[in-house]
Design a protein around this ligand. Structure first.
Ligand SMILES: [Zn+2]
Length: 191
């Protein structure tokens, strides 16, 4: 009987834990899709949260590669945490984006880091965060596939310009309206 109670207690706890995990994921996805960014940026971050990105940190890749060292800095194991937060180039990227504080949580699990960031910051900051993750991933691929080595300052510059361009696209709509209003004005003077 006692054993039964303990077991069912464990079961209930496990279920509660599972629900909490599901809830925090649900919030993360909802928040991610709310962000005013192109889908490709959000899909990349969504994939990273599902650990779908090939990152050499799983055993299969480790066996093939024979090493789990980051090719960019020759340090540490190549994990999601290293790729997006702890690698020297990436740290510099965050610093140049005035977001150096995001790397302070060196030991936080990658998924937890994503979820807690999106859960505790304003949408504008989340947008910058997600865009930066996408930029970091894009340049990491350029390095791996094309051998193009970029500094953290260059990656941060790319992310900043990318966001500026997106904002510029939004601003082009009211500008058209102003032009039309100006065109109407001479007609009124003719009366
Ligand atoms: Zn590295």
């Amino acid at each position: 009987m006692a054993e039964y109670l303990v077991r069912s207690g464990h079961k209930i706890l496990a279920q509660v834990g599972q629900t909490q995990v599901q809830d925090s994921y649900r919030f993360f996805y909802k928040r991610l899709w709310t962000l005013d960014l192109p889908s490709k940026n959000k899909i990349m971050v969504w994939r990273s949260s599902r650990n779908y990105l090939p990152n050499y940190s799983n055993l299969h890749y480790r066996r093939i590669m024979g090493t789990a060292t980051c090719r960019r800095c020759q340090e540490e194991a190549k994990t999601m945490e290293h790729l997006f937060r702890n690698c020297a180039v990436v740290k510099e990227t965050w610093e140049r984006l005035d977001m150096g504080w995001v790397v302070s949580e060196e030991n936080t699990d990658f998924i937890e880091w994503l979820k807690s960031f999106l859960g505790t910051h304003f949408l504008g900051m989340c947008r910058k965060f997600v865009c930066a993750l996408w930029g970091i991933w894009t340049f990491r691929n350029k390095f791996i596939h094309e051998g193009e080595r970029c500094s953290g300052a260059q990656i941060a510059g790319f992310v900043t310009n990318y966001l500026k361009e997106l904002d510029g696209l939004k601003e082009s709509l009211p500008a058209t309206r102003i032009q039309r209003a100006r065109w109407v004005a001479p007609l009124e003077n003719e009366d």
